[in-house]
Design a protein around this ligand. Sequence first.
Ligand SMILES: N[C@@H](CCC(=O)N[C@@H](CS)C(=O)NCC(=O)O)C(=O)O
Length: 212
Amino acid sequence: MSLTLYGYWRATAPYRVRIGLALKGLAYDYRAVNLAGGDQHAEDYRAVNAQALTPALGIGAGVFLNQSLAILEWLDETHPEPPLLPGDALGRARVRAIAGMIACDMHPLNNLRVLQELARRGQDEDARNAWARRWIEDGFKALEPMVAAEGRGWAYGDTPTLADCCLIPQVFSAGRFGVDMSAFPAIAAIAARAEGHPAFQAAHPSRQPDAV
Ligand SMILES: N[C@@H](CCC(=O)N[C@@H](CS)C(=O)NCC(=O)O)C(=O)O
Protein backbone atom coordinates (compact mmCIF):
# COMPACT_ATOMS: atom_id res chain seq x y z
CA MET A 1 0.00 0.00 0.00
CA SER A 2 1.51 3.34 -0.96
CA LEU A 3 0.80 6.25 1.36
CA THR A 4 0.92 9.96 0.50
CA LEU A 5 0.75 12.55 3.25
CA TYR A 6 -0.42 16.05 2.43
CA GLY A 7 0.87 18.43 5.08
CA TYR A 8 2.66 21.62 5.96
CA TRP A 9 5.89 21.57 7.92
CA ARG A 10 4.81 23.53 11.01
CA ALA A 11 1.10 22.66 11.04
CA THR A 12 0.24 20.59 14.09
CA ALA A 13 -2.47 18.31 12.66
CA PRO A 14 -0.20 16.85 9.93
CA TYR A 15 2.60 16.67 12.53
CA ARG A 16 0.38 14.31 14.57
CA VAL A 17 0.07 11.98 11.58
CA ARG A 18 3.81 12.15 10.84
CA ILE A 19 4.48 10.95 14.38
CA GLY A 20 2.04 8.05 13.96
CA LEU A 21 3.60 7.07 10.62
CA ALA A 22 7.10 7.25 12.09
CA LEU A 23 6.18 5.26 15.21
CA LYS A 24 4.87 2.51 12.96
CA GLY A 25 7.89 2.71 10.67
CA LEU A 26 5.76 3.39 7.58
CA ALA A 27 7.27 4.99 4.49
CA TYR A 28 5.21 7.60 2.66
CA ASP A 29 5.43 10.24 -0.04
CA TYR A 30 5.14 13.80 1.19
CA ARG A 31 3.20 16.52 -0.62
CA ALA A 32 3.68 19.96 0.87
CA VAL A 33 0.58 22.16 0.97
CA ASN A 34 1.78 25.70 1.59
CA LEU A 35 -0.80 26.94 4.09
CA ALA A 36 0.86 30.36 4.40
CA GLY A 37 0.46 30.77 0.64
CA GLY A 38 -3.15 29.57 0.65
CA ASP A 39 -2.53 26.34 -1.31
CA GLN A 40 -5.13 24.55 0.83
CA HIS A 41 -7.85 26.51 -0.99
CA ALA A 42 -6.79 25.41 -4.48
CA GLU A 43 -9.38 23.37 -6.33
CA ASP A 44 -7.06 20.39 -6.79
CA TYR A 45 -6.39 20.22 -3.04
CA ARG A 46 -10.10 20.53 -2.22
CA ALA A 47 -10.55 17.37 -4.30
CA VAL A 48 -8.22 15.69 -1.79
CA ASN A 49 -9.70 17.30 1.35
CA ALA A 50 -12.98 19.14 0.85
CA GLN A 51 -12.42 21.00 4.14
CA ALA A 52 -9.32 22.72 2.72
CA LEU A 53 -7.39 21.62 5.79
CA THR A 54 -4.29 19.49 6.30
CA PRO A 55 -3.57 16.65 6.78
CA ALA A 56 -4.91 14.31 4.15
CA LEU A 57 -3.57 10.83 3.64
CA GLY A 58 -3.75 9.17 0.24
CA ILE A 59 -3.98 5.43 0.67
CA GLY A 60 -4.00 4.41 -3.00
CA ALA A 61 -6.64 3.90 -5.71
CA GLY A 62 -7.66 7.57 -5.42
CA VAL A 63 -8.79 7.19 -1.80
CA PHE A 64 -7.97 10.01 0.64
CA LEU A 65 -8.51 10.17 4.38
CA ASN A 66 -8.93 13.40 6.32
CA GLN A 67 -9.07 14.38 10.01
CA SER A 68 -5.86 13.54 11.86
CA LEU A 69 -7.51 11.47 14.61
CA ALA A 70 -9.42 9.37 12.08
CA ILE A 71 -6.21 8.90 10.09
CA LEU A 72 -4.27 7.83 13.19
CA GLU A 73 -6.97 5.35 14.18
CA TRP A 74 -7.01 3.99 10.61
CA LEU A 75 -3.23 3.59 10.74
CA ASP A 76 -3.53 1.78 14.04
CA GLU A 77 -6.18 -0.60 12.71
CA THR A 78 -4.34 -1.35 9.49
CA HIS A 79 -0.83 -1.48 11.01
CA PRO A 80 -1.37 -2.63 14.61
CA GLU A 81 2.28 -2.66 15.73
CA PRO A 82 3.28 -0.83 17.80
CA PRO A 83 -0.20 0.06 19.04
CA LEU A 84 -1.22 3.71 19.45
CA LEU A 85 -4.00 2.75 21.86
CA PRO A 86 -3.79 0.77 25.12
CA GLY A 87 -5.15 -2.76 25.32
CA ASP A 88 -7.82 -1.96 27.92
CA ALA A 89 -11.02 0.06 27.62
CA LEU A 90 -10.13 2.50 30.43
CA GLY A 91 -6.73 3.18 28.88
CA ARG A 92 -8.27 3.79 25.45
CA ALA A 93 -10.82 6.18 26.96
CA ARG A 94 -8.06 8.10 28.74
CA VAL A 95 -5.85 8.32 25.64
CA ARG A 96 -8.76 9.38 23.42
CA ALA A 97 -9.77 11.98 26.02
CA ILE A 98 -6.30 13.57 25.92
CA ALA A 99 -6.27 13.47 22.12
CA GLY A 100 -9.75 15.01 22.03
CA MET A 101 -8.89 17.76 24.51
CA ILE A 102 -6.07 18.82 22.21
CA ALA A 103 -7.52 18.17 18.77
CA CYS A 104 -11.14 19.16 19.45
CA ASP A 105 -10.93 21.80 22.18
CA MET A 106 -7.51 23.47 22.06
CA HIS A 107 -6.13 23.41 18.53
CA PRO A 108 -9.26 24.66 16.69
CA LEU A 109 -9.09 27.93 18.63
CA ASN A 110 -5.61 28.77 17.37
CA ASN A 111 -5.74 27.30 13.90
CA LEU A 112 -4.52 29.43 11.00
CA ARG A 113 -7.99 30.28 9.69
CA VAL A 114 -9.10 31.47 13.15
CA LEU A 115 -5.99 33.65 13.55
CA GLN A 116 -6.53 35.01 10.03
CA GLU A 117 -10.12 35.86 10.94
CA LEU A 118 -8.95 37.66 14.09
CA ALA A 119 -6.52 39.67 11.92
CA ARG A 120 -9.37 40.58 9.55
CA ARG A 121 -11.27 41.82 12.61
CA GLY A 122 -8.43 44.16 13.51
CA GLN A 123 -6.48 42.14 16.10
CA ASP A 124 -2.73 42.79 15.80
CA GLU A 125 -0.09 40.06 16.12
CA ASP A 126 0.37 40.56 19.89
CA ALA A 127 -3.37 40.24 20.47
CA ARG A 128 -3.58 37.15 18.27
CA ASN A 129 -0.68 35.48 20.08
CA ALA A 130 -2.24 36.32 23.47
CA TRP A 131 -5.49 34.71 22.26
CA ALA A 132 -3.65 31.54 21.21
CA ARG A 133 -1.72 31.41 24.50
CA ARG A 134 -4.90 31.86 26.52
CA TRP A 135 -6.49 28.70 25.05
CA ILE A 136 -3.33 26.60 25.02
CA GLU A 137 -2.69 27.43 28.69
CA ASP A 138 -6.31 26.66 29.51
CA GLY A 139 -5.97 23.21 27.93
CA PHE A 140 -2.55 22.48 29.43
CA LYS A 141 -3.87 23.36 32.91
CA ALA A 142 -6.36 20.53 32.56
CA LEU A 143 -3.91 18.14 30.91
CA GLU A 144 -1.01 18.65 33.34
CA PRO A 145 -2.54 16.76 36.31
CA MET A 146 -3.85 14.04 34.00
CA VAL A 147 -0.46 13.23 32.49
CA ALA A 148 1.24 13.65 35.88
CA ALA A 149 -1.13 11.06 37.38
CA GLU A 150 -1.24 8.46 34.62
CA GLY A 151 1.78 9.07 32.40
CA ARG A 152 4.83 6.98 33.11
CA GLY A 153 7.24 8.72 30.78
CA TRP A 154 4.57 9.47 28.15
CA ALA A 155 1.15 11.14 28.25
CA TYR A 156 -0.49 7.90 29.32
CA GLY A 157 1.47 4.85 30.40
CA ASP A 158 5.01 3.98 29.44
CA THR A 159 4.83 3.91 25.64
CA PRO A 160 3.91 6.61 23.12
CA THR A 161 0.23 6.64 22.16
CA LEU A 162 -2.26 8.66 20.17
CA ALA A 163 -2.18 11.11 23.10
CA ASP A 164 1.52 11.84 22.49
CA CYS A 165 0.89 12.16 18.74
CA CYS A 166 -1.35 15.10 19.68
CA LEU A 167 0.51 16.46 22.71
CA ILE A 168 3.96 16.92 21.20
CA PRO A 169 2.75 19.04 18.24
CA GLN A 170 0.67 21.11 20.67
CA VAL A 171 3.80 21.77 22.76
CA PHE A 172 5.57 22.86 19.54
CA SER A 173 2.70 25.24 18.85
CA ALA A 174 2.83 26.52 22.45
CA GLY A 175 6.46 27.46 21.82
CA ARG A 176 5.52 29.45 18.71
CA PHE A 177 2.98 31.46 20.69
CA GLY A 178 5.25 32.03 23.71
CA VAL A 179 3.58 29.82 26.33
CA ASP A 180 5.72 29.52 29.47
CA MET A 181 6.12 25.74 29.80
CA SER A 182 7.63 25.97 33.31
CA ALA A 183 4.02 26.05 34.54
CA PHE A 184 3.52 22.57 33.07
CA PRO A 185 6.44 20.41 34.23
CA ALA A 186 4.86 17.02 33.52
CA ILE A 187 4.01 18.01 29.95
CA ALA A 188 7.45 19.57 29.48
CA ALA A 189 9.10 16.34 30.68
CA ILE A 190 7.20 14.33 28.04
CA ALA A 191 8.26 16.83 25.37
CA ALA A 192 11.89 16.50 26.52
CA ARG A 193 11.64 12.73 26.27
CA ALA A 194 10.17 12.96 22.77
CA GLU A 195 13.17 15.04 21.68
CA GLY A 196 15.32 11.95 22.13
CA HIS A 197 12.95 9.51 20.39
CA PRO A 198 13.74 8.77 16.72
CA ALA A 199 10.11 8.75 15.52
CA PHE A 200 9.39 12.13 17.12
CA GLN A 201 12.68 13.47 15.77
CA ALA A 202 11.81 12.35 12.21
CA ALA A 203 8.36 13.95 12.46
CA HIS A 204 9.62 17.29 13.79
CA PRO A 205 8.71 20.34 11.66
CA SER A 206 12.37 21.32 11.24
CA ARG A 207 13.03 17.98 9.50
CA GLN A 208 10.36 18.35 6.80
CA PRO A 209 11.31 19.09 3.17
CA ASP A 210 9.19 22.28 3.10
CA ALA A 211 10.57 23.65 6.40
CA VAL A 212 11.48 27.33 6.17
N1 LIG B 1 -9.53 18.62 13.03
C1 LIG B 1 -8.65 18.65 11.89
C2 LIG B 1 -7.92 19.98 11.90
C3 LIG B 1 -7.18 20.21 10.62
C4 LIG B 1 -6.59 21.60 10.59
O1 LIG B 1 -7.17 22.54 11.13
N2 LIG B 1 -5.40 21.72 9.96
C5 LIG B 1 -4.74 22.97 9.88
C6 LIG B 1 -3.25 22.82 10.08
S1 LIG B 1 -2.85 22.34 11.73
C7 LIG B 1 -4.94 23.60 8.52
O2 LIG B 1 -4.77 22.94 7.52
N3 LIG B 1 -5.27 24.89 8.49
C8 LIG B 1 -5.45 25.61 7.26
C9 LIG B 1 -6.26 26.86 7.45
O3 LIG B 1 -6.62 27.19 8.59
O4 LIG B 1 -6.52 27.50 6.44
C10 LIG B 1 -7.66 17.49 11.96
O5 LIG B 1 -7.40 17.02 13.06
O6 LIG B 1 -7.18 17.02 10.92
